[in-house]
Design a protein around this ligand. Sequence first.
Ligand code: NAD
Length: 249
Amino acid sequence: KYDFSGQVAIVTGAASGLGRAAAKAFAESGTAVMLVDRDQEKLNSLVDEITGAGGKALMLAGDVSGEQLAKTAVEQAVTEYGSLDMAYNNAGILGPMCPLVEETGEGYDEVNAVNLRGVWTFMKHELIQMKKQGSGAIVNCSSLGGLVGLPGRAAYHATKHGVIGLTKSAALDVAAQGIRVNAICPGCIETPMGDGIDPSAMQEFLKQQPIGRMGKPEEIAAAVLWLCSSASSFVLGVALPVDGGFVAH
Ligand code: NAD
């Protein structure tokens, strides 16, 4: 267990799944958290849960693709808690689940806006603050879909490959300034996002996870906290698979 007492983290997509598990893990390690999501109701109950257990949490509801939301989230975290030390840019959607020729421009633009622009907006404003401090650690949520292609999900995989590109370039921008930027590539994890995937496609997925089961959100949170901790002080610009062996398969 890490001791992040006195440190401050932003988590996007915090109201559900991987973001929720990471937000709770940060809070349980003493981090003051700024939680961002478009689902105000679920954010409210998570903030109640964290503060009820003695933790520190603020929330901001909105769409991560809007740059003003990112700027405000950083400003409010710093005003309230004094710094921004860590961030997990996690909000994402599946988008169109069909062959590329059937994708619509609207579906393509939407998944780009959330998964890619949403990471860009938050990382930009987090880095502006972290550069002032001369320290910080950022983890961006890619996917096994950032490392391989799968049929019927071109737009999603394009965004997740893009998150790795953003991560590597940003990591090099700030590598000498005390800031580390990395990406995480989860395999198939038990979250509400899986409800959007056809059950037979899910069975095919699972066959490719040599560990023989789905992952748990807490197993991704553990890797996110490690990438934010001093235990990974020499790790930057990586896209870390946490996938039960999917990409080794
Ligand atoms: P989820 O649907 O459980 O949670 C996603 C959260 O993001 C929700 O609370 C939702 O309200 C929020 N969100 C969506 N669009 C938003 C927007 N425009 N602005 C603000 N908030 C928004 O999904 P999850 O499985 O926890 O996914 C989290 C991340 O993990 C995503 O980036 C996803 O692509 C990635 N991922 C998930 C899996 C998996 O198997 N679950 C695997 C690989 C990668």
